[in-house]
Design a protein around this ligand. Structure first.
Ligand SMILES: Cc1cc2nc3c(=O)[nH]c(=O)nc-3n(C[C@H](O)[C@H](O)[C@H](O)COP(=O)(O)O)c2cc1C
Length: 218
């Protein structure tokens, strides 16, 4: 469903599409990708359209800081990131899911975030005023999930997005899972699913609120 911005939000200058983009930053089809799938399913049940993207099997190289994008408004590295650029632009909200590597996001997740430099070079408002939520899946119970979530939130804040958490009593910063290094472990993590449900609920509410603000009233 395409919705045009009302006059007072015309500065954003592109059509508003009710689509949530979920990105898995895991190179495997394991816990992170499955948990992201569960999150998107919950969003669909709340009436939202979703698109799932995974870095698994994709060729996405790190940003080279060549600054080609600043001049040419596109990235010089012509790889699978070009599948993501239009989705980022079209999405009305982001769900970023990462495995925890060394107490933070995976290198793959970081690369995707860094490579949005070209997206923003072409359109500084490409992500402005879009809600975002984070999911972090660690092998240890306290392996750095909250640090990884914060790293993703920092990316949201830097780009004018609105980070959404699930709130107190279970999902203070977002969705955090203890996988015990397996898919089965993550799927059995009741506390993790509680944090996911709470975060998804708030994220869906925030998306609905933004939809109402951006919808034409006439
Ligand atoms: C390079 C590397 C570093 C890791 N570092 C951490 C860590 O700091 N904390 C943690 O809890 N788990 C760590 N893990 C374990 C993964 O977070 C865990 O297995 C997770 O479930 C992987 O996600 P996946 O199932 O989607 O592959 C690490 C795994 C790898 C491969």
């Amino acid at each position: 469903m395409k919705v045009l911005f009302p006059a007072n939000l015309k500065y954003l200058n592109h059509p508003y599409t009710i689509m949530i983009l979920g990105i898995s930053g895991s190179p495997r089809r394991m816990a992170t990708e499955h948990i992201l799938g569960e999150a998107l399913k919950m969003l669909q049940e709340r009436g939202l359209e979703t698109v799932q993207f995974t870095v698994r099997g994709k060729q996405i190289s790190p940003c080279r800081h060549c600054d080609y994008c600043l001049k040419n408004k596109e990235c010089a590295i012509k790889d699978d990131m070009y599948q993501l650029y239009p989705l980022f632009k079209e999405a009305s909200g982001l769900v970023v899911a990462t495995p925890v590597y060394n107490g933070g996001v995976s290198a793959q997740t970081k690369i995707v975030m860094d490579r949005t430099r070209a997206l923003l070079a072409a359109d500084q408002k490409a992500l402005t005023a879009k809600p975002g939520m984070a999911i972090a899946v660690g092998g240890d119970r306290m392996g750095g999930q909250e640090l990884a979530v914060q790293q993703i939130h920092t990316f949201f804040i830097l780009n004018g997005m609105v980070p959404v958490s699930g709130g107190f009593f279970g999902a203070n910063l977002g969705a955090t899972f203890w996988s015990r290094d397996s898919l089965e472990g993550a799927m059995k993590d009741e506390e993790g699913f509680r944090s996911l449900r709470k975060t998804v609920k708030r994220f869906a509410e925030m998306t609905e609120l933004f939809k109402r603000i951006k919808e034409p009233t006439g």
